[in-house]
Design a protein around this ligand. Structure first.
Ligand code: CDP
Length: 310
C-alpha cells in the first residue's frame, strides 16, 4: 500500500521541547562561516536582488510601472504622478553594511541585557514600531536604522492618522533618523495609510523617511523560504528583515526570535518583550521559521542570540 507520505514527503517540524534541548546542547558555541555567508548572499541576490529591490524606488518603479500587491489576489497599482514623487531615488542604505542586528520582538529579550550588544551594531533593524522606553533599554537598546511599520498599527494606534499626526510624529522620534519600512503595496488598505505616514513625517521636516517595501521583493523572499520548507501564508516581519540583512550585511546577529512559550530555563516566556498578545495562529509559521534560523546559526551563517548577552 502506498502511503500518502511516500507521495508527499513532509518534514516533521521538531517539537518545541526538542528545539529547546538542541539550543541548550549547542550552548554559546558559534563559529562564523565566511563561505556560508557568501553563499547565502549570492542565493538571495539571485532570487530577490535585495540591493536593488527591497524598497520601491524611482529607479525600479518609474511612472507607468505596475506594482502587483503581494498580499492580495490580482490587485495592482500603476505608478503615477501622485505616487512617483514619494519614492526614494535609489537604495538609500549606506552599503555595504557591516555588522547588522535584527531585533525581533520576542519575550526572550526580557532580562537578556542585550541592549548594549545590539546598540554596538553598525546597522540595527527592528520590527513593528516596538517600544524603546527606558524600562526596556537595557534589554533591547535604543538605536535604530530601519524599523518596519505595518499599516494596521497606523490604523489602530494612530487612528488612521486623521487626527493624530502630531502624536505620531512625536512618538516616531524614538527611532532617530531611521527609515520606516512600510508594506504599502501588500494589502489594499495599506497604501493610503502608508502615504499618510509619509506625508505626516515629510510635512513636519522629521529626520525619519518612509520607505515603501517593494511587493516584488516580498514575494520573491516568500518563495525563497517556501522552497526551504517554510509554509506560512505569509512570512513573519522578522524573517523578511533577516533575509534583507543576509543579502546586505557582512555579519548578522538576531535577537528576540523565540516563538515558544518556555525559555531555556523552562520558565514561561511571554510572546513579546512588552506584552503577551499572541498572533493569529495559522497566519505565520514562526516555529518553522525558527528552525531555519537555528540551522543557519549552527552552520555559522548568522548568529541567533537566545540567552543573556555577556
Ligand atoms: O508582525 P509580526 O506578528 O510577525 O511580528 P511581532 O510579533 O511584532 O514580532 C516581530 C518579529 O519577531 C516576528 O515577525 C518574528 O519573526 C519575531 N518573533 C519571534 O521570533 N518570537 C516571538 N515570540 C515574537 C516575535
Amino acid at each position: 500500500v502506498l502511503c500518502w507520505f511516500y507521495i508527499f514527503p513532509v518534514y516533521r517540524i521538531p517539537r518545541d521541547k526538542e528545539i529547546v534541548e538542541d539550543v541548550l546542547r549547542q550552548g554559546e558555541q558559534w563559529q562564523k562561516n565566511h563561505t556560508g555567508i557568501d553563499l547565502y548572499r549570492k542565493l538571495l541576490s539571485e532570487c530577490c536582488d535585495p540591493r536593488k529591490m527591497f524598497a520601491v524606488t524611482k529607479e525600479n518603479s518609474p511612472i507607468g510601472k505596475v506594482l502587483w500587491y503581494d498580499g492580495e489576489f490580482y490587485h495592482s497599482h500603476t505608478v503615477n504622478n501622485d505616487t512617483y514623487p514619494l519614492f526614494v531615488p535609489d537604495n538609500p542604505l549606506p552599503l555595504p553594511l557591516k555588522k547588522c542586528a535584527v531585533v525581533g520582538n520576542g519575550g526572550i529579550l526580557r532580562n537578556s541585557k542585550c541592549g548594549r550588544d545590539i546598540d554596538q551594531a553598525d546597522f540595527i533593524m527592528r520590527c513593528n514600531l516596538p517600544p524603546l522606553s527606558k524600562e526596556y533599554v537595557e534589554d533591547v537598546g535604543n538605536r535604530t536604522h530601519l524599523v518596519t511599520a505595518n499599516p494596521s498599527i497606523i490604523e489602530k494606534r494612530f487612528q488612521n492618522l486623521l487626527l493624530s499626526r502630531k502624536d505620531f510624529v512625536e512618538k516616531m522620534k524614538i527611532y532617530g533618523s531611521s527609515h520606516i519600512y512600510m508594506p504599502a503595496f501588500s494589502m489594499k488598505p495599506g497604501t493610503d495609510l502608508s502615504m499618510r505616514a509619509h506625508y505626516a513625517l515629510a510635512d513636519s521636516s522629521s529626520n525619519l523617511t518612509v520607505l515603501f517595501a517593494n511587493p516584488e521583493f516580498l514575494r520573491t523572499v516568500g518563495k525563497f523560504w517556501k522552497a526551504r520548507g517554510v509554509h506560512a501564508k505569509r512570512l513573519s516581519t522578522g524573517l523578511f528583515l533577516v533575509s534583507l540583512a543576509l543579502g546586505l550585511c557582512e555579519e548578522v546577529t538576531t535577537y528576540g526570535f523565540w516563538p515558544f512559550s518556555v525559555g531555556l530555563d523552562e520558565q514561561p516566556v511571554r510572546h513579546h518583550y512588552y506584552d503577551n498578545i499572541l498572533p493569529y495562529k495559522w497566519f505565520h509559521a514562526m516555529p518553522e521559521e525558527f528552525v531555519q534560523l537555528w540551522h543557519l546559526h549552527k552552520s555559522g551563517v548568522l548568529r541567533v542570540r537566545v540567552g543573556q548577552c555577556p
